[in-house]
Design a binder for this molecule. Sequence first.
Ligand SMILES: [Fe+2]
Ligand SMILES: [Fe+2]
Length: 168
Amino acid sequence: MARRHESLIPLSHGHHHGLVLSLRIRRTLARSGLDADALRELARAVVAFFESDLAWHFAAEEEGLFPLMEANLGRLALIEELREEHDRFRAWIEALRRSMKTTPSAETLQAFGVLLHDHIRKEERVLFPIFEQRMPPEEARRAGEAIARRLAVLSPRERGDIWPLLDI
Ligand SMILES: [Fe+2]
Ligand SMILES: [Fe+2]
């Protein structure tokens, strides 16, 4: 497999964490006799991952990667699709937050995990190769800076803030 463009590596790291979560969702939902407590615990993990990682990952793509790709390559239906999927994840997170005091929907959790896997695969296998093949080198470098800036400014994980919290 070709080596990832340097500018995209922080996003690929995020994708790795996302795939781990998707697998956890699938494995948990496959367990028999899943009760409301287990669903709440899973929903809490999904919302926590969104807050610590995914929200900032989406922002880095929407504000750092997508606009620079569109400025250089024109409008891409694929990017429209990816933006719509980000919105769908945000809506599911809202629904999971609202359901935390009752019973989170297993269907919503499952749909979240499946789309997360497919969304990541689409970015890794379709979007990133377009970036690597068609972006002018200087623009690709600029995109990398924009992505890194968004992640460094916003993401608790990138800032390192989340680790002291987890140690308590
Ligand atoms: Fe994305
Ligand atoms: Fe992504």
